[in-house]
Design a protein around this ligand. Structure first.
Ligand code: NAP
Length: 348
């Protein structure tokens, strides 16, 4: 089969396109094999390409967490999907019986795995995964949209709904709106009826975010974000911050956060180390929260939202698999607005 492989860490320049990879066997009766039509990149794929501790890269390693395709084969225990079905994949699953999986919170399980990070991923013609990861693609959703949807939307869903519990009329700051998670969070906050403040390093991206419903846009390269929000809200600040940028935005995120504010973070694109004045934390009675991926139930919920037309990913560009390295480099450049998709195979 054809696919993009990552034999060693070192960034996108390490990617190798191959057409001699072995088709993965369907060894588990609860698994499916899917012929991938489209895959999409996340910032995670850049971190994996750079090298993450404990991640088993090697000559045939296939990266990629997001994918959509056609069910090719199903194990003997699988009944909810059949060969020929169009499916999109939940990129995360847990395969242990522990207190977290019994509570239905798979991302907390030490056994939690993400396609392309802990197990072979979606940037190849075929992938195998638990059948529970495969969800029929709702009618009217393109291959590119289906591939662009899962990881970023799932992550934003948990951040906005389960963790920050954003409510109508609340003020929400979303940092770095060109990102996949940030744009998914904007769609959700807009749907809830929140007042959204979004930041970007690009005025053009801010204009595009405004067309998607963002209430206010601030360019973090030219504006003191926290000061601007404080001034515009008569010093009150925002109720919620959605941050995935880390070091570079932490000060402005906290500077904009109002009394009893909630901040939820899922990432550190710009760096992992943060500085917080504990006096501001307790005096303002802030809640600072982490969030990672989402549960199987949450994934089913976002697929229902996709089918209802309330959530649609923003697709920035589509690259052919042969230009997979260029797709990675495009995401790494930060020029993207939304999801970078890679077309892996032909689809009906
Ligand atoms: N824990 C989890 O489960 C989970 C899941 C998904 C993602 N993540 C993490 O979340 C982060 C975002 O992921 P993604 O896939 O959405 O990334 P992405 O699509 O690559 O977007 C990254 C965005 O970050 C913004 N950014 C970069 N530097 C910035 C700065 N100095 N100030 C403000 N914004 C800045 C940029 O926004 P502009 O282009 O608008 O300037 C950029 O578009 C990554 O660190 C990723 O690993 C974690």
């Amino acid at each position: 089969m054809h696919g993009l492989t990552l034999p060693a860490p070192g960034g996108p320049s390490q990617l190798v396109l191959r057409d001699d990879l072995a088709v993965p066997p369907l060894a588990n009766p609860a698994h499916v094999r899917v012929r991938i039509v489209a895959a999409a990149l996340n910032h995670l794929d850049l971190f994996v390409a750079d090298g993450l501790p404990g991640i088993p890269l090697g000559p045939g390693w296939v990266p990629g967490a997001d994918g959509a395709g056609i069910v090719d084969a199903v194990g003997a225990e699988v009944s909810h999907v059949r060969p020929g079905d169009r499916v999109l994949l939940n990129p995360g699953y847990a395969d242990a019986d522990d207190e977290y999986t019994r509570a239905g919170d798979q991302p907390l399980s030490p056994s939690y795995k993400i396609l392309g990070e802990h197990v072979p991923g979606t940037l190849a013609e075929f992938v195998t995964c638990p059948a529970s990861c495969a969800h029929p693609i709702p009618p009217g959703v393109s291959w590119e949209e289906a591939a662009a949807f899962p990881l970023a939307t799932l992550t934003a869903w948990r951040m906005v709904h389960a963790r920050a519990r954003v409510r109508r009329g609340q003020h929400v700051l979303i940092q770095g709106i060109g990102g996949g998670v940030a744009l998914a969070a904007l769609a959700m906050c807009h749907d809830i009826g929140a007042v959204t403040w979004v930041t970007s390093g690009s005025d053009e991206k801010l204009a595009r975010a405004a067309r998607l419903g963002a209430t206010h846009g601030l360019n973090y390269r030219t504006t003191d974000v926290a000061r601007a929000i404080r001034q515009a809200t008569a010093k009150r600040g925002v109720d919620v911050v959605i941050d995935s940028v880390g070091t570079a935005t932490w000060a402005s995120s906290l500077g904009a956060l109002g009394r009893a504010g909630r901040l939820v973070t899922c990432g550190g694109t710009s760096g992992p180390m943060l500085e917080t004045d504990v006096r501001k934390l307790f005096w303002n009675q802030w809640t600072l929260m982490g969030s990672t991926m989402g549960s199987e139930d949450e994934f089913a919920a976002i697929v229902r939202e996709l089918g209802a037309g309330r959530l649609r990913p923003v697709v920035d560009r589509v690259f052919p698999l042969a230009e997979g390295r260029a797709a990675y480099e495009h995401l790494a450049s930060g020029r993207q607005f939304g999801k970078v998709v890679i077309r892996v195979s032909d689809g009906p």
